[in-house]
Design a protein around this ligand. Structure first.
Ligand SMILES: Cc1ncc(COP(=O)(O)O)c(C=O)c1O
Length: 343
């Protein structure tokens, strides 16, 4: 894959030499007995950054979100979310499969839903024949909307609403680090309004594997139990937790570079007649754009022929994600390829 400039996702990042050294030197133990010192250190460190009582290292973002939903609901319950969110579109129907719950997706603007939309979707308690609304979920940054940042005042208002109706409030913060670096709002401040948070170590932060979920001690205790029942109890997993710790300690602030790379791309795309892009949505490291003269498949193929890998955004759009393993020089090259292919 080395000959390609790979903008398909920030999950393609490779662990750096320094990260590998941290993994090599990690002290490990049996994490099913909660005796892996590196996992324990990662969980304490992450809980502290997120301002939560406790956290749990899990295998992936999907597992993180699904564990949170499972612990927060009973079968038959309903979760309100935004229609383009990850749990609704990209988690293989797991809410139904793993927890027996259903989602109630609302039509957001750039991934953002409003308190009045949510309030009208909450099922009245008196209607015993309706599902019970149990959780309100939002995504920050919002992947399918193009890496958009949830406005803090809206997060707060949605949180008040959740409290008023006794709903749990869950954050899919797979890229919360990007939101924080771009907005200047600390991760802790974002996380504070939610009961549970799931965030990825293996996207822009560059760890090879893993996510963190965080919440109250009681919540994490139950998530630990359910994780084991789903086959997610791992043994000397400190070898992977060491990469996550390295990522949290070293790779958050540098996300600013990825945002600058995305801006370089959007500056070009915004001026091209053969492409439709909402520049307001380019807020972090993701770009979603629509080719007007080529089909999505043709565009993907032509870019690939010239050495650039993109992915599908929505059915009629393309997605590019910047990350630490594409240099500024490669972004310059990608700009030329995009111009050649589309214009
Ligand atoms: C917003 C969001 N949530 C969750 C996930 C799931 O992460 P994973 O691929 O580690 O399961 C992703 C992955 O792209 C994501 O973008």
């Amino acid at each position: 894959m080395e000959k390609y400039i790979d903008l398909r996702s920030d999950t393609v990042t490779q662990p750096s030499l320094e990260m590998r050294k941290a993994m090599f030197g990690a002290e490990v133990g049996d994490d099913v007995f909660q005796e892996d010192p590196t996992v324990n250190e990662l969980q304490d460190y992450a809980a502290d950054i997120l301002g939560k009582e406790a956290s749990l290292f899990v295998s992936s973002g999907v597992m993180g979100n699904q564990l949170c939903l499972n612990v927060l609901t009973d079968p038959g319950d309903e979760v309100i979310c935004e229609k383009d969110c990850h749990i609704f579109n990209y988690e293989s129907g797991s809410p139904a499969k793993l927890s027996g719950i259903q989602l109630y997706p609302l039509d957001g603007k750039m991934g953002v839903i409003t308190p009045s939309q949510v309030e009208s979707a909450i099922r009245p308690l008196s209607a015993y024949y309706m599902p019970r609304t149990k959780v309100l979920e939002i995504e920050n940054t919002h992947n399918r909307a193009g890496g958009t940042i949830q406005p803090l005042d809206n997060i707060i208002e949605l949180g008040k609403l959740a409290a008023k109706y006794n709903l749990h409030y869950h954050l899919d913060g797979a890229r919360i680090w990007n939101a924080s670096v771009a907005s200047g709002i600390p991760v802790k401040e974002y996380a504070k309004y939610f009961d549970t948070v799931s965030c990825c170590l293996s996207k822009g932060l560059g760890a090879p594997v893993g996510s963190i979920i965080a919440g109250s001690k009681d919540f994490i205790k139950e998530a630990f139990r359910i994780r084991k029942s789903w086959g997610g109890g791992m043994r000397q997993v400190g070898i992977l937790a060491a990469a996550g710790l390295y990522a949290l300690k070293n790779n958050i602030n540098r996300l600013e570079e990825d945002h600058r790379k995305a801006k370089m791309l959007s500056d070009l795309l915004g001026g091209m007649k053969s492409i439709e892009i909402n520049l307001d949505a380019v807020q972090t490291n993701i770009l979603i754009f629509k080719p007007l003269k080529l089909t999505v498949n043709d565009a993907l193929l032509k870019c690939k022929e010239q050495g650039l890998l993109l992915s599908v955004g929505n059915t009629d759009s393309l997605r590019a994600i910047t990350h630490m393993d594409v240099s500024f020089a490669q972004i310059e090259k990608a700009l030329k390829i995009i111009y050649n292919v589309f214009e």
